[in-house]
Design a protein around this ligand. Structure first.
Ligand SMILES: *Cc1c(COP(=O)(O)O)cnc(C)c1O
Length: 236
């Protein structure tokens, strides 16, 4: 092997750093176009299905905010990575089952997928018992898709109020995943409007295909996986 050529691992390391830089630059450009500050948008690097060795490259490149969508998978890689990088901020972006609430509260700094009162109550109770103060986003099913998680738009105000007033949770904002076959900007605009009427200032919306649009519509958190880490194996 030519010693001047990078190894495969070095090439991949370069790619992740370069991909992060490209996505950050696109976020900054979209923010500028919308007369917003680029640092008002947090890039949540979605690491689901990526092994710890790959995530470590993003950490080595200086990135610190990550998203995972399964508690069990996150437990397999993040305790060690978090002790190596204590300033990591970990977001749960996938559906949360009642029986995993306590584990989620221990591991995640932000839970983005609160979509019903009983789940909010369980998160608040687990937070108290564990001495943690979980920060949450309420997930809104803006497309009212029956198979999808999230509270319906017209039920969101009641759930946000319950999270705050009944359970004492810190609601940072709202999160949505638009239907795949619809214009995402309609959903981003709807999420922004629901947030506005609830006095919420943070919006988690936009993925690899549409994060620049989401930034123009006010996203404060974009959740980007493929554009940083490349493709994922298809789920079984
Ligand atoms: C996987 C996932 C993402 C990232 O999707 P990409 O298209 O890979 O950027 C964002 N949000 C949620 C909720 C996800 O599950």
């Amino acid at each position: 092997m030519n010693p001047i050529e990078p190894t495969a691992a070095q090439t991949a390391a370069l790619d992740i750093a370069a991909n992060l830089a490209t996505v950050e630059a696109e976020i900054a450009a979209a923010a500028r176009a919308a007369a917003r500050l680029a640092d008002a948008v947090t890039l949540v690097a979605v690491a689901k299905t990526q092994p710890a060795a790959v995530v470590a490259r993003a950490l080595a490149a200086g990135h610190r905010v990550f998203g995972e969508n399964r508690v069990q998978e996150a437990e397999g890689k993040w305790p060690a990575l978090k002790s190596a990088y204590p300033d990591v901020v970990l977001h749960l972006i996938g559906p949360l089952q009642r029986n995993k609430v306590r584990r989620a509260v221990r591991l995640f700094d932000v839970i983005e997928t609160i979509d019903r009162a009983e789940l909010a109550r369980a998160v608040a109770e687990a937070g108290r018992e564990e001495g943690m103060t979980p920060e949450i986003f309420v997930q809104v099913n803006t497309g009212e898709e029956p198979q999808k998680a999230g509270v319906f738009p017209e039920e969101t105000d009641v759930l946000v109020a319950a999270c705050r007033d009944d359970f004492g949770l810190f609601v940072r904002g709202l999160m949505c995943i638009p239907p795949v076959d619809e214009e995402p900007s309609l959903h981003f605009a709807l999420l922004r409007e629901i947030a506005r009427r609830n006095g919420l200032h943070e919006l988690s919306m936009g993925m690899s295909a549409d994060f620049a649009v989401a930034v123009r519509f006010g996203a404060t958190h974009v959740r980007v996986g493929t554009a940083i880490f490349g493709g994922r194996p298809a789920p079984e």
